[in-house]
Design a binder for this molecule. Structure first.
Ligand code: SF4
Length: 379
């Protein structure tokens, strides 16, 4: 019999392997041969099997991110899922997502994913223009993306996200809109559209790049929402757009501060009011993954103030905004009492609005959201 008052739990599994590093990427990922991949999965299974019991929780979403999880043999993904299902109670409606890159999706793999319970794919397209893909250092072409996308449809994946990137070196406003329309016409259920960020330590940070100017980037962002609305998508977060009912549950949980457990190299967790991350050192992870005490780093028990800040910082990313009543229920303090000065200031200037119990950014507020969020942290 199922327990009655179960708390939702999200699980993130990090797969840190890619065929080759893209020129803009600073994620914890890199090439790894088959022997290395197998050793890593073995260590990951040790970590899963030695996890302490987390009572009264039900897994509502599982997300394989990376890296390129679709690079692995599909049977390894199947083995991870079955080990997790032995350890945790899964909701029958749990969303199980896997990040995939074009060029790594084959029919047999997709069949195994389906059988293992994967019900959502997130495919990294980034651009529908081969020159732009080449400029980003991606390993695939648009045609290879199409091949994987249609194979996934044939194999019964009816919840697919396509990742796109704007403000790519050399990209014009028209080029971006063309990419968006090309992707939307394929009728995926979800599109994530991020601006390129030049991260320190990446090959892009060493080069002189011809990036779109600020005004062009502003127009790219503004018109993304308008164009995608024509195709039946609604924006539900700063960079995410979905058809009705296909919002990513895993992401929503993250912005609402649902508890989550990160497994694998460098994976972060939020559990029982604590934040911690696994070691980013592969050798240490391979040697010690059975010992949670040893691989968990930066363990931080959040103060009430930090929890409130996170509530604002993460919750305001959602276009729906944050509900006053939820803040009160979480912290026993009214939102106005805690942050009234900042909220009023930005409501008066038209950057924030209040409606039906929800506070949110206006369209013009989204563009300066980082500045406003910093004020909530300073309060
Ligand atoms: S495929 Fe993704 S994770 Fe891998 S290097 Fe490229 S951007 Fe980074």
């Amino acid at each position: 019999m199922r327990e009655k008052t179960l708390m939702p739990l999200e699980i993130y599994v990090h797969i840190p392997f890619c065929i080759r590093k893209c020129d803009y990427c600073d994620f914890l990922s890199g090439p790894g041969d088959r022997t290395r991949q197998e050793a890593y999965i073995k260590a990951l299974l040790h970590e899963i099997r030695s996890l302490p019991h987390i009572p009264n929780h039900e897994v509502v979403s599982l997300f394989f991110g990376g890296g390129t999880p679709s690079l692995l043999d599909a049977c390894l993904i199947e083995e991870i899922i079955s080990n997790l299902k032995e350890k945790f109670l899964f909701s029958p409606e749990a969303e199980i997502s896997l990040e995939a890159n074009p060029g790594t999706l084959m029919k047999e793999k997709l069949k195994v994913y389906r059988k293992a319970g994967v019900n959502r794919l997130s495919i990294g397209l980034q651009s529908a223009d081969n020159e732009e893909l080449n400029a980003l250092g991606r390993i695939h072409t648009f045609e290879e993306f199409l091949e994987g996308y249609f194979l996934a449809r044939e194999e019964g994946f009816f919840n697919i996200n396509v990742d796109l990137m704007c403000a790519i070196p050399g990209q014009s406003y028209e080029g971006w809109i063309r990419n968006l329309r090309t992707a939307a016409e394929l009728k995926p259920e979800h599109i994530s559209a991020y601006s390129l960020i030049i991260e320190e330590g990446t090959p892009f940070a060493q080069r002189k790049l011809e990036l779109p100017d600020e005004d062009t980037e502003y127009r790219m962002y503004e018109d993304t929402e308008k164009v995608l609305r024509e195709y039946g998508f609604h924006q539900y977060e700063i960079s995410n757009y979905a058809k009705n009912g296909f919002e990513c549950l895993h992401n929503l949980g993250y912005w609402k501060r649902t508890e989550y457990l990160g497994l694998g190299l460098g994976a972060a967790s939020l559990l029982a009011g604590m934040r911690f991350s696994n070691t980013r050192d592969m050798e240490e992870y391979l040697a010690c993954s059975r010992n949670a005490e040893q691989i968990r780093k930066d363990v931080q028990l959040l103060t009430k103030r930090e929890e409130m800040e996170e509530f604002m910082f993460l919750g305001l990313r959602m276009t729906k905004g944050i509900r006053e009543g939820d803040f009160m229920a979480c912290f026993g303090v009214s939102l106005r009492e805690r942050y009234g000065a900042v909220l009023d200031k930005y409501r008066k200037t038209g950057f924030m609005e209040y409606e039906d119990g929800y506070w949110r950014f206006t369209r013009k507020g989204i563009h300066v959201s980082n500045v406003i969020l910093a004020e909530f942290l300073a309060e």
